[in-house]
Design a protein around this ligand. Structure first.
Ligand code: GLC
Length: 420
């Protein structure tokens, strides 16, 4: 067996706590993160189905009574992270953050269940999880698209998972920072501060969080009052794909949902409109300030992952994706290296992220097999050179951020062991 496959498995096991896994073994992220756990569960499913099931079960056990599954679960009352469980002050059985993250969990669960070719009896074990995820999606539609426009809003940059992306620069620049902010960052002591978000970003993240806390995280109020309310192409693409996958899973357990079917059609028709076919450009909508955002981000291409029922758009998306990274030796840069906001080493402002590559790869598999194989192989090569880092420079391939990063290990396993 390839040596790095062994190391990848070991990395996950070493980062594993009781029934959940940390994003890395350093002190950078000492809790359970929502989309990290989904990718990690996929990694485990390649060698330990029990760990994979437990990872998801633990994540879902943090679900709020309204249906939300938080972006962070603080299983240990640890004060070392900023903002820690006290600063959020929410979550019922399990302390948590008061916001969510991309619900890729449903898509991951579908892959795991389909690959295993489970019998009806084995699928039964997953029934309770599927129903809880259904509640999670109802929450999204009810509270993040209360006017049923067909598009889901995120109310904090952390909800996107691409925290300091230039996508948020304009809406964030409008936010007045609280005058009495009290918090102490540790992330920029653990990792080189040139590879982390700026102070001004954190000031605004914490300002939005404090505002949510004042409103007691009431989902009915947050949508209308949040200082940040954005319809993001990437997030909606992940949402749409996940909703399609959830509907498939509900079918497996005999619980297909017709209201989801309607929302899928509505979401798809609205999402398509965020891509301008002629100019080959995407737009995100800043609902708070009633403006549009046009930033060349890899996350826009998650539209390929949404499996749109539209060949013309898919073909154009592939064409633009090929142009998007043509100046980069290692791909995909999180932000186009031609754009003025591109920064080679800073977090979500340029570096290559393995989860983005995995998402694009999945989206291309059934549309352009040859291109998808190039992505799979190049992503594997990058990891084999630099090991399981949090992100990598698109110019030099240098590994950056945290070491022993769980989702890079998990997705390496997945890319290496599954190429059909
Ligand atoms: C950062 C990333 C986010 C990830 C988390 C834990 O906040 O931006 O995507 O889930 O770290 O790895």
């Amino acid at each position: 067996m390839n040596r790095l496959i062994k190391v990848a498995k070991k990395t996950l096991i070493n980062n594993r706590k009781l029934n959940y896994t940390l994003p890395t073994n350093t002190k950078l992220y000492p809790a359970q993160w929502n989309w990290d756990s989904a990718f990690i569960a996929l990694g485990y499913s390649n060698f330990n189905l029990n760990y994979s099931f437990k990872e998801i079960e633990t994540l879902v056990s943090g679900q709020w009574s309204d249906g939300m599954i938080p972006h962070i679960l603080f299983h240990v009352k640890d004060l070392s992270y900023t903002p820690n469980y006290k600063a959020w002050n929410c979550g019922k059985k399990i302390s948590s953050s008061g916001i969510t993250q991309p619900p890729i969990l449903a898509s991951i669960l579908r892959i795991i269940i389909e690959r295993q070719k489970f019998s009806k009896k084995e699928i039964k074990k997953y029934q309770a999880l599927i129903l809880k995820i259904k509640k999670y999606f109802k929450w999204f539609i009810k509270y993040r698209d209360p006017k049923r426009t067909g598009l889901i809003s995120i109310l904090h940059p952390w909800e996107s998972g691409y925290d300091n992306s230039p996508l948020w620069d304009k809406p964030m620049s409008k936010i007045k920072i609280d005058s009495k902010l009290e918090y102490k960052r540790k992330d920029n002591q653990i990792v080189n501060k040139n590879q982390r978000p700026l102070k001004i970003d954190y000031d605004r993240y914490v300002t939005i969080k404090n505002h949510f806390r004042q409103m007691k995280y009431d989902p009915k109020k947050l949508f209308y009052k949040s200082k940040f309310n954005v319809v993001d192409v990437g997030f909606n693409s992940l949402f749409l794909k996940a909703l399609k996958d959830l509907n498939f899973l509900l079918g497996l357990i005999g619980k297909k949902n017709s209201s989801f079917k309607k929302y899928i059609l509505l979401n798809e028709s609205k999402l398509i409109k965020l891509f301008n076919l002629k100019k080959m450009k995407f737009k995100n909508k800043d609902l708070k300030n009633n403006t549009e955002i046009e930033i060349p981000s890899i996350t826009n291409f998650f539209m390929l992952y949404a499996d749109l029922n539209n060949n013309q758009i898919n073909t154009q998306l592939i064409k633009s994706l090929k142009k998007y990274y043509k100046n980069d030796k290692y791909f995909f840069p999180s932000i186009s290296s031609n754009h003025k906001s591109f920064e080679d080493k800073r977090y979500w402002r340029g570096p290559v992220w393995i989860n983005c590559n995995w998402i694009i790869y999945q989206g291309l598999k059934n549309k352009d097999k040859k291109f998808s194989e190039i992505i799979r192989k190049q992503t594997i090569n990058l990891i084999e050179k630099q090991k399981f880092r949090e992100y990598y420079s698109s110019k030099t391939g240098l590994g950056l951020g945290a070491k022993n990063f769980s989702w890079s290990a998990a997705l390496y396993l997945d890319l290496k062991l599954n190429n059909t």
